[in-house]
Unconditional design. Structure first.
Lengths: 320, 411, 535
């Protein structure tokens, strides 16, 4: 797969495009056996805990990491129960409401909206850093990186207080009050500019500014140049950043648990944490089942967009 | 450019005017006075029931809000006054911190009501460096006990018997545990407390006024250090293994790989479902009675009740209504605990709860003073160091270090 | 970086660039439509700001209102002026950055200069009020009453009282108790049910409207003692033990005359004795000073710092090396199962991090974990100080390798094939080709990512906390365990620092952490000349 193709004569842009397959050179086993060996070992290590997670999700015992890989008491009950929105409660006779599908939907909405907006905001900023020369440009880029190094764990208290105090003022602030998904999305957008902007800037740098020039000569406004010319070409890096953002926000726990208070509004990681509340016995069965269900969209996204991810991540950083 | 400005200006003014009008009307709506209660998921139904019954008899409104149990204590300090609760559910060991932070109001139940409660439940919710005040209405008590799988072992009456049976069971098959008690890398001072008290240890002593004295730390008291070598013996025999964590202990007992499990009433259902015949006793006395830590849950009135002008109502609900036997039965049954009110306790039918109740005799309520925070990890850590198998530290050394560390932290 | 390769010669495009249909559609929105969109969006944001402004003004939050006006005006200027093109692109992202990163950071820095900790949470007026409330004690007589508020014939609020012990009835006013005829006050299960005719009992919802008045209502009995209503059906005789002098701002204990004054650090103290609750206040750089001087904080600091650096460096180095190796190994053109290997190798990234870590904690358990059982080892993964460190690094590498695997894959693909060819022609073997050509280019490409990953792992609270909890407990100091990194150590300080929590101290430590990480990263950026990329 080549990453150097031209879409216009003489202009080299790094875009992942499949190369037409020439007659494949016959790969001798001698060349590739060690590669397969490495691959198999790596796969085994990667899958090692996953196997136990899967096994536990089909196990009635509510335990994890037991001595056997196969579940001792096979059951589909964990899956069926969480999909029916209730879970057996160890300390409570009967079951407790666990609106799993609600959490799933909440997580999905938050992750989708937040990652989409993150990509947009980041792309706008990256374009500015790439194309324009202004005072404070280098300092700005450095600041973006350094800000993200503040320990997030301790920022949570401050973020909680801001959302609390602002949200309770009422009026338009009501929509970003504590316990709303809007507030969570807005908080995530605070981290939109950061390493992602660096990645995108690097990619934008490889899109020759001659394109901008020729479009401007043709009479395009800066907005038209951005939306119509540059952004479409940056699709690979946008996809990568979008996917990374999606994964991060989908699985994010600390901030979400601070802002989302009641069960119906919670996202998946927050809601599922209650399954393994230490004191009252840990319900690993439904927890692992839920986690696997949660990993499905992310994995599908990965597999489907593999090509774009591989091409987009650092294609722009290597100068050539 | 001017036209753009003009259009924009017009639009802004128009929109702002509409919006301000809407906003104004929204602000006009006044909320009727209500009592806000924070409770956890387990108790929500019961609390709603009790609160509504009370509200009906008094002609007030209640608003029951569900939160995670741990968040209740933390959020109380940062919540905005307008959203703050008037009544909260809480564990008794929050009392010291909440009172020191000035977030809860003292309660004055009637003398006749107070008589229905064991002294320790009321003490558990009392705090005060100068004047001791009652801050909470106890509702449910819980404690850990020794759960014995009666099919796999005989119920021991002495410590020596327990030791013998446990070790015999352990040697029957590889993978068996002697006594399944959870620790893990961070330790668990709560679950290890019976062994600690059984050897003569205590956390905080009492001063002459009868209050907990943070300067009197008994983690390495003379009595304990004298018998600390027993811990080393247990470690060598493998009676207690620090590497057992909560999941391991539970699954070992449920799978029949352990005959003795130190745990609490929250697991009664799980054990019953696994079809195990069991009995709950107090850990047999070692050198002294091996009493457990007692946990009391109850309800408190926050300082925000006064801000919201519902303090009288809140006091009435908590100090009056929630301490009556009927309410106590409902609230304690909500998550399957023993009610604090002795009159209500008489009507408890679950035999296992009664057994846990018997296992609590002589127990010590967890200290509720803020200094207790510094104790948990050190005390738990000392146990882990002393019982982690090969490479374990001598118990007397470990506990002396812990005692010093606690003293340093408390200052 | 010296190896630049000449691309295809830069020939000006022969024809105008024609983007795809989607791009044309988006571009169509620019132009006049774009102008319209801009106006609408700007008006909406101004209207929103106006609404918010009304709310803020309504609640009297003048500083916030000022900030709002300033921000709105700035936004308007940015989008209407012709000279602010870069800002037009930066503004949206920066608004959120300032609101939800910078402001929280500033707030957190602010907390570091306060005494925010257990016992110092509320404001001073609230603290004074609360001290007065909790310092009331029961006098020797300690009478309890059943009570009902009532109105006398003049409409004035009074209390009808029935002493629990004796059954005597009284009416209580701010002046004192007046006995009522015997048997005239009857009480039932719900409180007082009947009173003498000239008093009307307040009933129903009106009861609760009296709350504010009842809070202040006291019926003096003898000396300092007074009867105070508690709840709606009870009253208790209490007397104060402290007296507050508002002018001198001191509390005086009545029994022995001890004077408690404001110690400037959020408490009323007299010698070593302290009144609770205290309040939150600024204490200057006290927290930072105590970091240097408090043995509890200082003693393990260096050790924890060293381990944190080692942990972050080892994680990044190993993850990058292994990820790169995997990328190279699986990079062969035409290799079968390539796609499958790649998809599986990124799976750890897709599973929620904290679940994986918890599972690893179970798998690595010394006696009962699968790892030791399957391979017949007896490695004390989690309970020995050194092996626990190894375990932490192993798990964090497991979590990070997929990321660097992807990065390396992409970076490898974008190294121009001509370069490698040129090196091969020059007679270089595979290892030399790698070392001289591939590796330098890779490092330049991924330098910012490596540094960012270092910073992330420097503060990787999750792995440490969930895998080992910072343990096992180490040596003398029991605050910091063997695997505690700076951030988890700070967290422990925050929640277990002597007398409950100490957020002030914790945030002060976290600021130090931030300065350390930022300095290291800044130096790393400078050394790798990454900043030079910003031409």
């Amino acid at each position: 797969m080549s990453t150097r193709e031209t879409t216009a004569p003489g202009v080299a842009i790094a875009v992942p495009v499949a190369v037409e397959k020439r007659a494949r050179p016959r790969l001798k086993f001698r060349d590739t056996w060690w590669r397969h060996a490495v691959g198999i070992v790596a796969v085994a290590i990667s899958l090692f805990p996953v196997v136990f997670i899967v096994s536990s999700s089909f196990n009635r015992d509510n335990s994890i990491g037991g001595t056997s890989v196969l579940p001792t008491h096979f059951t589909l009950g964990n899956y069926s129960r969480i999909l029916h929105n209730h879970v057996q409660d160890a300390s409570h006779p009967g079951s407790v409401d666990a609106p799993f599908l609600h959490w799933y939907l909440n997580s999905f909405v938050v992750a989708a909206v937040a990652s989409f907006l993150t990509v947009m905001l980041g792309a706008l900023a990256a374009y500015a850093f790439s194309r324009f020369r202004f005072r404070g440009r280098r300092l700005g880029m450095l600041t973006l990186l350094l800000i993200q190094m503040f320990p997030q764990v301790l920022l949570v208290v401050a973020i909680y207080l801001i959302v609390l105090n602002v949200g309770s003022l009422g009026g338009p602030f009501h929509y970003m009050d504590l316990n709303t998904l809007t507030a969570l999305i807005i908080v995530y957008l605070g981290g939109a500019l950061g390493v992602n902007t660096w990645l995108m800037k690097g990619f934008f740098d490889t899109i020759p500014s001659e394109l901008d020039e020729s479009a401007r000569v043709d009479g395009a406004t800066p907005a038209q140049i951005f939306w119509g010319v540059v952004l479409p070409l940056a699709a690979p890096v946008l996809a990568v950043v979008g996917i990374i953002s999606f994964i991060f926000t989908f699985n994010e726990f600390v901030v979400a648990s601070a802002i989302l208070q009641t069960s119906a509004h919670q996202t998946l990681p927050v809601g599922m944490r209650g399954f393994i509340d230490q004191q009252y016995g840990q319900r690993w069965g439904p927890f692992t089942a839920g986690a696997l269900l949660a990993a499905v969209p992310v994995t599908v996204l990965f597999i489907a967009m593999q090509k774009w991810i591989v091409g987009g991540l650092t294609a722009g950083s290597v100068k050539g | 450019m001017n036209k753009k400005h003009a259009i924009m200006a017009v639009l802004v003014v128009a929109l702002a005017a509409i919006v301000a009008a809407v906003a104004g009307s929204v602000n006009a709506a006044v909320k009727a006075p209500t009592l806000t209660i924070w409770t956890d998921a387990d108790r929500q139904t019961a609390v709603t029931q009790v609160a509504n019954q009370w509200a009906a008899s008094r002609g007030v409104q209640v608003n029951v809000v569900q939160k995670q149990f741990g968040n209740i204590r933390d959020d109380l300090g940062t919540v905005a006054a307008a959203d703050a609760p008037d009544v909260i559910v809480g564990a008794h060991d929050w009392t010291g911190k909440l009172a020191a932070n000035g977030l809860v109001a003292p309660l004055y139940p009637k003398a006749a009501t107070l008589k229905q409660f064991p002294a320790y439940t009321l003490n558990a919710f009392s705090y005060g460096t100068a004047v001791k005040k009652l801050y909470g209405a106890p509702v449910a008590v819980e404690n850990i006990g020794l759960v014995v799988n009666t099919k796999l072992a005989k119920v021991p009456t002495t410590w020596a018997q327990l030791e013998k049976e446990a070790l015999a069971f352990k040697h029957k098959k590889s993978g068996n545990l002697a006594i399944a008690v959870q620790q893990g890398t961070n330790g668990d001072a709560y679950h290890m407390y019976p062994f600690f008290s059984g050897l003569g240890g205590y956390v905080f002593g009492k001063n002459h006024a009868g209050n907990l004295d943070p300067s009197n730390i008994g983690v390495a008291s003379a009595a304990f250090t004298k018998h600390a070598s027993l811990v080393d013996k247990w470690n060598k025999e493998g009676l207690i293994n620090a590497k057992v964590d909560a999941t391991t202990a539970q699954s070992a007992f449920l799978k029949g790989q352990a005959a003795f499990w130190v745990t609490g009433p929250w697991n009664i259902d799980t054990i019953k479902k696994a079809g195990i015949h069991f009995r709950v006793i107090q850990v047999p006395a070692i050198v002294k009675p091996a009493v457990p830590f007692l946990g009391v849950q109850g309800f408190m009135v926050t300082k925000y009740a006064a801000t919201h002008d519902v303090s009288a109502a809140a006091q009435d609900l908590v100090a009056n209504y929630m301490m009556t036997p009927a309410a106590q039965t409902l609230l304690a049954a909500a998550n399957n605990r023993y009610p604090a009110n002795t009159v209500a306790g008489k009507s408890v039918k679950d035999p296992y709860l009664a057994q846990f109740g018997k296992a609590s005799v002589g127990g010590v309520p967890m200290p509720n003073i803020p200094q207790m925070d510094s104790v948990w990890s050190d005390l738990g850590g000392a146990w882990v160091k002393a019982t982690k198998g090969s490479g374990a530290t001598k118990a007397s050394v470990a506990f002396k270090a812990a005692s010093r560390s606690i003293a340093n932290k408390i200052g | 970086m010296n190896a630049h390769v000449v691309t295809a010669p830069a020939v000006p495009p022969a024809r105008t660039f024609r983007p795809a249909w989607s791009a044309r559609a988006i571009a169509a929105f620019s132009g006049t439509t774009g102008l319209a969109v801009k106006i609408v969006l700007l008006s909406l944001s101004n209207a929103l700001a106006a609404w918010a402004g009304f709310v803020l003004a309504d609640k009297g939050k003048w500083p916030a209102l000022g900030v709002l006006v300033l921000a709105t005006a700035t936004l308007d200027w940015i989008y209407l002026s012709k000279r602010t093109l870069p800002l037009k692109f930066l503004a949206p992202g920066v608004v959120f950055l300032v609101g939800f990163q910078i402001v929280p950071i500033l707030y957190t820095i602010n907390v570091a200069f306060t005494n925010y900790s257990t016992g110092h949470v509320i404001s001073k007026p609230d603290a004074i009020q609360q001290i007065k409330l909790v310092s009331l004690e029961a006098p020797p007589s300690a009478r309890q009453y059943t009570m009902a508020p009532a109105r006398d014939h003049g409409g004035k609020l009074v209390l009808i009282l029935r002493e629990d012990a004796t059954g005597n009835g009284y009416v209580g006013t701010k002046e004192g108790l007046t006995p009522l005829p015997a048997g005239s006050v009857k009480a039932g299960a719900l409180g007082i049910v009947s009173a003498p005719a000239d008093y009307k009992l307040v009933k129903g919802a009106a009861l609760f409207g009296l709350d504010a008045q009842l809070q202040d209502f006291t019926v003096p009995t003898d000396g300092d003692s007074a009867i105070r209503p508690q709840g709606i059906t009870e009253a208790v005789e209490l007397r104060p033990t402290l007296r507050y002098d508002a002018k001198r701002d001191v509390f005086t204990r009545i029994s022995d005359g001890k004077v408690f004054h404001d110690n400037g650090r959020g408490s009323f103290v007299s010698g070593k004795e302290e009144l609770e609750p205290g309040w939150k206040t600024y204490i200057g750089a006290s927290n930072f000073r105590s970091i240097a001087s408090n043995p509890l904080v200082r003693a393990p600091f260096l050790r924890v710092f060293a381990w944190t650096i080692f942990f972050a460096t080892a994680t990044v180095f190993l993850s990058f090396a292994i990820g790169l190796f995997l990328a190279i190994a699986l990079d062969k053109q035409g290799m079968r199962f390539q796609r499958i290997y790649r998809s599986i190798l990124v799976l750890p990234y897709a599973i929620p991090g904290f679940l994986s870590i918890l599972v690893w904690a179970g798998l690595l358990n010394d006696d009962f974990g699968v790892v030791n059982r399957t391979f017949h080892l007896s490695v004390p993964w989690l309970f020995d100080a050194n092996w626990a460190k190894v375990a932490c690094i192993l798990v964090s590498v497991w979590l990070t390798v997929p990321y660097f695997f992807l990065v390396a894959m992409g970076a490898l693909q974008s190294i121009p094939a001509e370069l490698i060819e040129a090196a091969r022609v020059d007679g270089g073997g595979p290892w030399q080709r790698f070392r001289r050509v591939t590796l330098p280019l890779l490092l330049v490409a991924t330098a910012p990512l490596l540094i960012a990953s270092f910073a992330f792992n420097f503060n990787n609270f999750n792995v440490i906390y969930l895998l080992t909890g910072g343990g096992p407990a180490q040596g003398g100091s029991n605050v910091a365990g063997a695997t505690d990194i700076l951030i988890s150590y700070t967290y422990k300080l925050a929640i277990a620092a002597g007398k409950g929590n100490d957020y002030g101290l914790a945030t002060a430590v976290s600021i130090i952490i931030f300065l350390i990480v930022a300095t290291i990263s800044g130096i790393a950026f400078w050394r790798t000349k990454t900043l030079e990329e910003i031409r």
